[in-house]
Design a protein around this ligand. Structure first.
Ligand code: URA
Length: 235
């Protein structure tokens, strides 16, 4: 059975500092399994104890997974001296969250944030070839020639050609396309478009592996992944 100090449990589930947790405990605002507990060093089983703070139930989960519909204008970093980061958008008191990979400042769409380093590593590993699908608006039309170039791999100025990727023109009247890549190179989609003579005017990530951007999620909003979404990602 896993054991954890109560003050640590409060920092993890409520986003408190250790000293705040101690104050809450001292004031008798915390109950464990129905009894007021004042000792920060009290050991509890975080998965099974019922802990209330001011009558509100604490939920313990070792790992958290959030799907963010990233807006333009924020950077995919945990901290930045000048810019707003994707972490500034997450209001949940979860420690050690980080974005899984990066989207450019002007790219929108699906960004996974988690504190599960193992899953993040798996999703980003170049060996795993996890597919990422983007919706892009280009500055002009593309057709079969460009589709073939994407399939064959493009010279985007790196040592190696890109791996085969999919380019799917849409008939949305604004030169929209879906682009699916299974690598994560710097500015990859923009550089691939450039390699076939096009500029990307708008870019939004729609999926990463099995995880699809929830169409109900407004730009700038986020939600926790469902258990099924997490299970599928781990497969
Ligand atoms: N490719 C890009 O060029 N930019 C992104 O943000 C993601 C993929």
């Amino acid at each position: 059975m896993k054991q954890m100090r109560l003050d640590k449990y409060l920092t993890e589930t409520r986003g408190m500092t250790r000293s705040e947790a101690k104050q809450y405990l001292k004031k008798g605002r915390v109950t464990v399994d129905g009894t007021i507990e004042k000792k920060p060093e009290r050991k509890i089983d975080p998965e099974n104890a019922t802990v209330l703070v001011d009558g509100e139930l604490c939920r313990y989960a070792q790992f958290h997974y959030f799907m963010l519909n990233k807006p333009q204008g924020v950077v995919s970093a945990t901290e930045d001296f000048k810019e707003r980061t994707v972490l500034d958008l997450i209001k949940e008191p979860v420690k050690d969250l980080f974005p899984v990979g990066r989207l450019d400042k002007d790219t929108e769409g699906l960004l996974l944030l988690t504190n599960d380093g193992v899953l993040a590593h798996e999703l980003l590993s170049p060996k795993k070839h996890v597919e990422k699908c983007y919706y892009a608006v280009l500055d002009g039309p593309v057709g079969e020639t460009e589709q073939e170039q994407f399939e064959q791999g493009l010279d985007i100025g790196d040592e190696k050609l890109t791996l085969p990727a999919k380019l799917e023109p849409l008939s949305d009247g604004k030169n929209g396309v879906y682009i699916t890549v299974c690598e994560g190179r710097f500015h990859q989609v923009k550089r691939m478009a450039k390699a076939v003579g096009r500029e990307v005017l708008f870019l939004k990530r729609m999926s990463m592996g099995s995880l699809q951007l929830d169409p109900e999620l407004k730009t700038g909003s986020y939600r926790e992944l469902t258990r099924e979404e997490v299970e599928l990602l781990k497969r």
